[in-house]
Design a protein around this ligand. Sequence first.
Ligand code: ATP
Length: 271
Amino acid sequence: MPHLLKPVSPRRPPSLSDRDAKAPGSLPRGDALKEALAHELERLTALQAVFYADGRRALLVVLQGRDASGKDGTIRTVFGACNPQGCQVTSFKAPTPTELAHDYLWRVHQAIPPRGMIGIFNRSHYEDVLVVRVRNLVPAATWKKRYDQINAFERHLTENGVTILKFCLHISKDEQREQFLERLTDPTKNWKFRAGDLDDRALWNDYTAAYRDALKKCSTPWAPWYLVPGDNATARNYMVTRVINETLQEMDLAYPRAPKEVLALAEKLRK
Ligand code: ATP
């Protein structure tokens, strides 16, 4: 199908160059792209309603990306099309002392959505092989074991009713500068800027290497990674929504039907 992102292939992992951040040329542009997004958002509204009622599976959507890569904007636009009762967003920050006293997946497992719900992770357990690796927060021998541990954990989840989609929102270095400048000049966005954001920007190449490994080692048949070109927000939202919709569509969802005896009550009510 045209314009549908493919999962990252571990055999041909993306380079994560600035070019990878540009929307594919095959996508419509301007108003046509806005219309295509509006159409996909309407589709998502309908699919999420039946997904919630069907209640047989949970959907976990992992959003990873550098600072200002559009995680918040994606959540606002894409999941703004869903009934809030059926969604739960979890933002993963630097772990608290209690969280650090447990294994790194402890806080993650608690946030896994139950059946019928869409769980959205704003950052995730992947921070434990990204920031933790780049900033040497644990020894290399510790984080290196985590790729296999994460794959096993995600496999366990998918075998127990959770469908997993992982999106890496990828922006170019120039686009990040633009976004940071906007955060620093727009008083309604100042609060989003942390001085530490510039330290992470200085480690751009180290993060690129860490992201590349995470995509390569953890894009599995049961929990695929999608690399989302993020410089154009409309294209980004379209591509994410489209993958979610195709995934929900394939689930063969249905509204549960009431038994005959219950449906017969309609006759009684009409009298
Ligand atoms: P934006 O991407 O829009 O700038 P944000 O996701 O950075 O927003 P913040 O509250 O500023 O939101 O940042 C959360 C911080 O928590 C990030 O710097 C992230 O790297 C850090 N973090 C998350 N998980 C871990 C972890 N396991 N260990 C250490 N730091 C973590």
